[in-house]
Design a protein around this ligand. Structure first.
Ligand SMILES: *[C@@H]1O[C@H](CO)[C@@H](O)[C@H](O)[C@H]1NC(C)=O
Ligand SMILES: *[C@@H]1O[C@H](CO)[C@@H](O)[C@H](O)[C@H]1NC(C)=O
Ligand SMILES: *[C@@H]1O[C@H](CO)[C@@H](O)[C@H](O)[C@H]1NC(C)=O
Ligand SMILES: *[C@@H]1O[C@H](CO)[C@@H](O)[C@H](O)[C@H]1NC(C)=O
Ligand SMILES: *[C@@H]1O[C@H](CO)[C@@H](O)[C@H](O)[C@H]1NC(C)=O
Ligand SMILES: *[C@@H]1O[C@H](CO)[C@@H](O)[C@H](O)[C@H]1NC(C)=O
Length: 356
């Protein structure tokens, strides 16, 4: 609207200047030119001052202006919507990945400027926070990727064994940046609910909480209805963990004592014929996976459905990485978890309104 006013002003100035000059070309006397000039100037001035009193005339224009403003403020949220769109490339020495060229804001074509964060960036971003990752083996692989990014490869080697103890929790404090990280082994959604209940009981809430579960339930119970019921219980248990508006950084305000950022680690795309047991191949079919995914959406636990968790779309990421990228039809090449971690970090950047 502001821009429109300037253009209108310039146009008016041109009219005042050039119309009388054009007329002068038609052999008008100097006095008449001055007269027309003056008359035009006054008419235009009157018009411009009257415009605000006839808003309906410019309704369409002002609506456009309002929509443009909304686009501007929703540009970060539309970038959030495209943060999962990643393409993988396989080369002779493995896989690489990057965000799609089309990974732009879906609304106004802004470049979202996603970027792979390095150790220094991550140290800045997660400085002083408490990060909790809870879930099954996918979540553990996610944790490993995140630690890989935060620690050097020497340190990583030292802790590798502890980190991979089957079905165990893992706790580490990265003193240098006051970063506390926990992995909590939680194969079932009911275990995730227990974790949430634990936070409440202790009255301490992590700054970043990544959760995900489903494969164990599919294999051992194979009942998507029950899975949906468990997800709803988890959703209802969240209560005060739910995001409380904008915070200045990833680390929540000390006085608020609440989690700011919740992420749901989606199930990977299963490749049935690669699954390593007969039981898995029989129970974990494509149809069953779809039914479990549908329960996830129906439970409205995800932000896109009105819930609190932002989806880290491992299903899409793994499917885009493809057949060759999978080890056993269920676990994927590190590159998938590396991409998932970067997706989360970029979402965190957007959410916490930080620029690097
Ligand atoms: C506003 O725009 C709509 C379509 O975009 C058009 O049908 C309508 O005539 C316009 N109204 C005015 C007052 O220009
Ligand atoms: C994306 O764009 C770059 C150059 O801007 C190009 O080299 C690359 O092939 C493109 N990738 C895809 C998947 O289109
Ligand atoms: C972490 O934050 C503290 C306090 O805000 C600051 O003093 C310190 O330099 C930061 N460290 C890093 C590695 O960014
Ligand atoms: C997870 O939940 C299951 C079923 O509710 C339970 O048997 C198991 O002990 C729990 N595991 C953990 C690590 O809490
Ligand atoms: C709650 O506090 C106890 C004791 O400090 C600790 O062992 C436990 O891990 C905490 N639970 C959670 C979910 O933070
Ligand atoms: C799934 O669980 C629900 C609730 O426990 C039960 O009513 C239903 O019969 C189960 N379905 C299957 C296929 O076992």
């Amino acid at each position: 609207m502001f821009f429109g006013a300037i253009q209108l002003g310039l146009m008016a100035a041109c009219v005042v200047l050039f119309v009388p000059m054009g007329m002068a070309g038609w052999h008008l006397s100097r006095n008449k030119v001055l007269f027309f000039s003056g008359a035009l100037f006054i008419t235009l001035a009157v018009c411009i001052h009257l415009i605000p009193y006839f808003p309906s005339m410019f309704n369409n224009q002002s609506q456009t202006a309002v929509i443009m403003n909304q686009d501007f403020s929703s540009s970060s949220s539309s970038c959030i919507n495209s943060v999962n769109y990643v393409t993988f490339y396989s080369n002779f020495d493995g896989f690489s990945w990057n965000w799609d060229n089309s990974s732009r804001s879906l609304v106004n074509d802004d470049d979202c400027g996603f970027s792979k964060l390095g150790r220094v960036d991550v140290s800045d971003l997660l400085n002083g926070s408490w990060v909790v990752v809870a879930g099954d083996s996918q979540a553990r692989l996610f944790m490993v990727s995140l630690l890989d990014l935060v620690l050097g490869s020497d340190e990583m080697e030292k802790i590798h064994e502890d980190l991979f103890k089957r079905h165990s929790d893992y706790h580490i404090v990265v003193e240098k940046i006051g970063l506390k990280m926990d992995f909590i082994w939680s194969p079932y959604v009911s275990n995730l609910t227990d974790v949430v209940t634990g936070f409440k009981r202790n009255g301490t809430y992590p700054d970043v909480l990544v959760m995900g579960s489903g494969l164990w339930h599919m294999l051992h119970f194979t009942n998507y209805t029950e899975y949906g019921v468990d997800l709803r219980l988890l959703r209802d248990s969240l209560g005060e963990l739910v995001q409380v508006g904008n915070t200045d950084g990833v680390s929540a305000r000390p006085d608020s004592g609440r989690t700011s950022h919740l992420f749901w680690l989606g199930m990977p795309t299963l490749i049935n014929r690669l699954l390593n047991t007969e039981e898995k191949r029989v129970k974990m079919t494509r149809e069953m996976c779809n039914a479990y995914d549908q329960e996830l959406y129906n439970s409205k636990i995800l932000r896109q459905d009105g819930g609190s968790f932002l989806l880290l779309d491992v299903g899409m990421l793994s499917s885009r990485c493809g057949f060759d990228c999978s080890l056993d039809g269920m676990h994927y090449n590190d590159v998938v978890y590396e991409a998932s971690v970067q997706v989360m970090l970029n979402a965190l950047l957007i959410e916490s309104h930080q620029k690097l």
